[in-house]
Design a protein around this ligand. Structure first.
Ligand code: SF4
Length: 289
């Protein structure tokens, strides 16, 4: 089987070219064809000589995700079902707004965290997605809707902070001027509150925004509904959230309202107390049955 060059970062393509005595600038050309010009094979890369294209095609290919199904709704929201190379399925949602196209991308196949209210949590966790599979969702949605995506949220299937290395590589491709050329400031990582991962983000040079899927304002209920909360207590979580808001950008707290579970007046009061002193936004979301 030929090696998939789409799964290589720009640096790795450069190394692969250097190892074959091919000029390094060819790596940038190939990268641009893959990510910016939607090439499906080497034959369309017209600024590369025929001989080199042929040699590359003998050894490599640039296969990507396959769109299996698109489901639309009246308000223009589209849900994409993608098939991976190893025949697994992931979902992506594109949302048109007035002057924006937001996309919600998956970072894992399934999810290991089992939040009680989440359909993905009920599925088996299969594996992390590679950076190229994360970016390919955006590339293919752009191609399908015929419009440039303006905002990206890592909020589809899976927990992005459990796959931070690949998410970081994906952000490199997304923001590269020869990649998708979308500013990192227009991207948001949405996490259930993995404190260790938020600390890593704080130490990194990434410029992505942070959303914390909070949902419950007391530890006991949160731990019951979101098992991951056991190792990520609210006090410590609020402390890193505050640091993120101050040092990087204002955090959003997501709160899914679940009938008679977390939507009492006392829950609202607890929530206000919890976020007191943290520059933040609260996003109240209706639970989708
Ligand atoms: S972390 Fe996200 S995707 Fe995973 S089970 Fe919880 S809500 Fe669902």
């Amino acid at each position: 089987m030929r090696v998939n060059l789409r799964a290589y970062s720009l640096e790795r393509i450069k190394c692969a070219m250097a190892a074959r005595n091919i000029a390094p600038y060819r790596a940038a050309q190939i990268f641009q064809w893959i990510w910016q010009k939607n090439a499906q094979d080497f034959s369309v890369m017209t600024n590369i000589s025929k001989t080199l294209r042929h040699a590359l095609a003998e050894e490599f290919d640039i296969r990507g995700l396959v769109i299996e199904k698109i489901a639309g709704t009246k308000d223009g929201v589209q849900k994409f079902l993608f098939r991976t190379e190893d025949n697994l399925y992931i979902e992506t949602v594109s949302i048109p707004e007035q002057k924006r196209w937001t996309i919600c991308v998956s970072t894992q196949v399934g999810c290991p965290l089992n939040c009680r209210f989440c359909a993905t949590g009920l599925m088996d966790f299969k594996r992390n997605l590679g950076a190229h599979e994360i970016v390919d969702q955006i590339r293919l949605v752009q191609q399908s809707i015929g419009s440039k995506i303006t905002n990206i949220v890592f909020m589809g299937m899976g927990e992005p902070l459990l796959n931070l290395k690949q998410v970081t590589e994906a952000l490199d491709i997304i923001s590269s001027p020869i990649g998708l050329s979308i500013s990192q400031r227009h991207t948001t990582i949405s996490t259930v509150g993995i404190i260790k991962g938020i600390r890593e983000l704080l130490r990194s040079t990434l410029k992505t925004k942070l959303a914390i899927s909070l949902n419950f304002a007391d530890d006991q209920l949160r731990q019951k509904m979101m098992p991951v909360a056991k190792g990520n207590p609210l006090k410590e979580l609020m402390s890193v959230a505050r640091e993120y808001s101050i040092k990087k950008s204002m955090v959003t707290f997501e709160y899914v309202l679940i009938d008679r579970i977390n939507d009492h007046l006392e829950d609202a009061e607890r929530l206000l107390k919890l976020v007191n002193g943290i520059p933040s936004k609260i996003n109240l979301i209706t639970y989708n049955p």
